[in-house]
Design a protein around this ligand. Structure first.
Ligand code: PSU
Ligand code: MN
Length: 306
């Protein structure tokens, strides 16, 4: 495992660190918005008082904390393929460049001692899962990442949101909404689904995470923060676009891990860039909130020790 000096130093000193995934940079957003967003996300973590650690595999080296040139290469090069957890060994063994999804990022982060991460929208149960069996490996890793917190804006709009929430329940993954009752709808403010737990401050979230850890509960915790009101794309509009995108994916026989990037791209085109703006803003906001919670968690930990 390769840690940037800054990340290694922060971990040694017990300072808060937030992991950021790179698939949304390499596959989720187009150049140059992807690079700008990646840098803004890192800046948001810093502004909160934590150290950002964007994760990727660089020439076979699993890296936690990309340098600026590496981050730019992920955004610009087109050579960083998308890898989930199960493809990590393939990328490392084959000395490849690879961008990491939530499942791979969470795995590498927690192996390095980083227990808080941020992303845009989680993977989950696809709408045609009954027939295609397409369920993101994000869910399985969330079930294993004991005590880790993932800040997101819900699950990607292209998914079966209710089905994904059900699966998270079965897996024992704790779920809460931040400052809303409704479960956020990724590019839309609302998903139409609700969750019971709601928190109002980073300190409350930190207390929740600390309690989960203290109880020794398995599985990760997922905090959903809605995209800002003025930026979100209305859900009805998005739903129509998604149907169309899925139609096209079927028509063009897009399969496997290519499905998610394909759908996100079609949606971006169909909403004249508004979904892109929403995606950018929510990624930056989630990174900032993850930073605030990571800082608050250090205060809770100090409390427990003292
Ligand atoms: N959220 C975004 N953009 C993305 C993704 C999520 O805003 O590109 C990526 C994440 O890396 C997530 C992955 O882990 O999509 C899930 O892909 P799949 O459905 O193939 O498991
Ligand atoms: Mn999939």
């Amino acid at each position: 495992m390769r840690l940037s000096e800054e990340v290694a130093e922060a971990l040694r000193a017990g300072r808060p660190v937030v992991a950021l995934e790179s698939t949304l940079v390499a596959q989720g957003l187009p150049w140059p918005e992807n690079w700008e967003t990646a840098r803004r996300a890192e800046a948001a973590v810093r502004a909160a008082g934590a150290v950002p650690a964007t994760v990727a595999v660089v020439e076979g080296r699993p890296t936690v904390g990309l340098g600026p040139a590496e981050l730019e290469a992920v955004a610009r090069s087109g050579t960083y393929g998308k890898v989930g957890r199960r493809e990590l060994a393939w990328a490392v063994g084959g000395r490849r460049n690879a961008a990491t999804t939530v499942s791979a990022t969470l795995y590498l982060a927690r192996r390095s001692g980083v227990t808080v991460m941020a992303t845009g929208g989680l993977g989950g149960v696809h709408r045609d899962a009954a027939a295609s069996h397409d369920v993101s490996a994000d869910l399985d890793e969330l079930a294993r990442a004991d005590g880790c917190l993932v800040v997101c804006s819900g699950v990607k709009s292209i998914l079966d949101v209710g089905g994904t929430l059900e699966r998270l329940e079965t897996l024992g993954v704790a779920v809460a909404a931040y400052r809303t009752h409704g479960w956020p709808g990724f590019l839309s403010v609302e998903s139409g689904w609700e969750v019971e737990a709601r928190w109002e401050t980073p300190a409350e979230v930190a207390g929740w995470v600390a309690a989960h850890r203290w109880l020794g509960l398995p599985g990760a915790l997922v905090l959903g923060q809605a995209v800002a009101e003025g930026v979100g794309v209305p859900r009805e509009e998005l739903d129509a676009v998604i149907e169309e995108a899925q139609e096209r994916a079927r028509g063009e026989k897009v399969k496997g891990k290519a499905v998610t990037p394909f759908l996100l791209k079609v949606i971006r085109e169909a909403t004249a860039g508004r979904s892109l703006k929403a995606n950018e803003e929510l990624i930056v906001a989630n990174a900032g909130l993850a930073g605030e919670v990571a800082v608050a968690l250090k205060a809770v930990e100090a409390d427990l020790v003292g």
